[in-house]
Ligand binder design. Structure first.
Ligand code: GLC
Length: 534
């Protein structure tokens, strides 16, 4: 049996608002994406994941959907989508939509109907609950974006639950009609021919129907991570992450697998230990990602080793591997501890392409971009609005793609973009990097192309061999091929004792920077060695 196409595929995430603006309104759109398909093809991904494209009041930039059956006018509307899909098909690039079905926008008709509270007319499509006797919210659940996860609505004299913004009411997946409507959204787009979905907060479809308080994490067990963000002080087991969530994911998967060769992976935003419940060969979604690597700032071998050792006990999980997306600081900024350089960018891209999983690579990662600069009056993300300058929110990872160094707004748009283009990004524009054989862009193109010829890196299992202060070593294993991968993840030279040197045949992949010597291998800063076990 051949593996499904998505196993070990490279998926390129496009955040369309910031990719390319074709109509000159400062906001990226689908004709803009379409105009850059030569660039995407040259990069060589199997699929593109498009961040949300549906009509939205954009309180959370598309992650608050007001109509699941359409494409936002500012994105170019449905005609632009059809044209993009057809062009991508022609080029053999698959298209994955980002569906946000745990909540809707408050502007969705469903919510307007639910607000009326009339029996049988969507009154239970959202999570409504009476105030406590003192008028306070029904329980202690907290919003990921700050404050209580409940807002009072005078129209029904009740509170409604929102895990994120007040303008993102939680859809009640316990209501059969609401659930059926959400599943119909998937069917609609599958019939249109999309190749799959990234499901937003796929751990959060169900809430506890008794509305029990989340228990606190005992103060003596709290780390900086817990204290940094109030919702993390709770064990998130009643607002989200319920064991029964798995059954919902089974239903989602059955819908998706009712169509040929489709793929559905989820974002699992907290309680990463539950990934084995929610993803599997025969249950839950086909794949998914946690924030283990996305939150990491150490780039230390131990982080990667611990995650794959944890997955070793869950062999049914085929993970997505990802270092960067629209929600977190960019890879080289996070892993670089303040110092960004191409050697780090190339090392991280090589590791991304070598670890077990379906690869999710975020736009701009292939250019080695760091965070874009954002001034206070340029903040657009509600999270940045809440906490600036303590946290600048997610805008620094969402600034526009730099296409042409010397063009206005680096060629992203002819008008002032919705977020500023960083001048340092313009220096790293695609047109500059295309002309430089040593650029991160050309490196990434070669890497993705070469990976296709190394089956163990695509679909192989993983066995961690060593995680020292500096060195991460592992095998990727298929019955017909085993590849030894050794990374120096530090800025200092390192050594690695090769188990049996004569039994490994080195080949070129990634940054190189290794030699034989010392106990076996010497590795330059951010060097990497690859060898086929003979
Ligand atoms: C997910 C998205 C994030 C969004 C949130 C609410 O975490 O990735 O961008 O703000 O869900 O939809």
């Amino acid at each position: 049996m051949t593996a499904p196409w998505w196993k070990g595929a490279v998926v390129y995430q496009i955040y369309p608002r910031s990719f390319c603006d074709a109509d000159g309104d400062g906001i990226g759109d689908l004709p803009g994406v379409r105009s850059k398909l030569d660039y995407v093809s040259a990069l060589g991904p199997d699929a593109v994941w498009l961040s949300p494209i549906h009509p939205s009041p954009n309180k959370d930039f598309g992650y608050d959907v007001s109509d699941y059956g359409d494409v936002a006018a500012e994105m170019g509307g449905m005609a632009a989508f059809d044209a993009l899909l057809a062009d991508m098909r022609g080029r053999g690039i698959r298209l994955i939509l980002d569906e946000v079905l745990a909540h809707t926008s408050e502007r969705h008709d469903w919510f307007a109907e639910s607000l009326k509270g009339e029996e049988g007319r969507k009154n239970d499509w959202y999570v409504w609950a009476d105030p406590k006797d003192d008028g306070g919210p029904p329980n202690n659940w907290l919003s990921v974006f700050g404050g209580p996860a409940w807002s009072y609505h005078p129209a029904r004299r009740k509170y409604y639950f929102h895990k994120f913004l007040k303008s993102q009411p939680k859809l009640n997946w316990r209501d059969p009609a609401a659930r059926a409507a959400a599943l119909d959204v998937l069917r609609f787009w599958l019939k249109k021919g999309v190749d799959g979905f990234r499901l937003d907060v796929a751990n959060s479809f169900l809430h506890d129907d008794k509305l029990r308080d989340n228990p606190p994490i005992p103060p003596n067990l709290r780390s900086a991570h817990h204290w940094a963000h109030a919702p993390n002080m709770q064990k998130r087991i009643h607002d989200s992450n319920l064991p029964e969530n798995r059954k919902v994911l089974d239903e989602v998967r059955a819908v998706v697998e009712g169509f040929d060769e489709r793929f559905v992976f989820g974002e699992f935003s907290e309680e990463p230990g539950l990934i084995g419940e929610f993803v599997g060969q025969t249950h839950g979604l086909q794949s998914g990602y946690t924030f283990t690597f996305l939150d990491d700032r150490s780039y230390s071998p131990a982080i990667f080793a611990a995650y794959y050792r944890f997955l070793k006990d869950r062999p049914h999980v085929w993970p997505c591997v990802t270092f960067s997306n629209h929600d977190v600081a960019r890879t080289v900024s996070r892993f670089g501890g303040g110092k960004q350089d191409d050697a780090l960018a190339k090392s991280a891209l090589t590791l991304l392409m070598s670890l077990k999983g379906t690869v999710l690579m975020y736009q701009g990662e292939e250019l080695g971009l760091g965070n874009g600069a954002i001034a206070q009056d340029e903040v657009r993300d509600p999270v940045g609005e809440l906490y600036f300058p303590y946290s600048k929110g997610r805008d620094p990872a969402r600034t526009p793609m730099p296409w042409v160094r010397d063009a206005a707004h680096a060629g992203f748009s002819t008008a002032k973009p919705w977020l500023p283009v960083d001048a340092r990004h313009a220096e790293r524009a695609a047109n500059v990097q295309e002309g430089d054989p040593d650029s991160v862009l050309n490196f990434t193109r070669a890497l993705i192309a070469a990976r296709r010829g190394i089956p163990a890196l695509v679909t192989g299992d993983i066995e961690i061999l060593e995680a020292s202060e500096q060195v991460l070593a592992f095998n990727r294993i298929l019955p017909e091929q085993t590849v030894l991968c050794v990374f120096n993840l530090s800025r200092e030279p390192a050594t690695f004792a090769l188990p049996r040197m004569s039994s490994v045949s080195p080949f070129e992949f990634g940054p190189g920077g290794w030699g034989f010597g010392g106990p076996g291998l010497t590795l330059k800063p951010f060097g990497a060695f690859f060898g086929q076990q003979i």
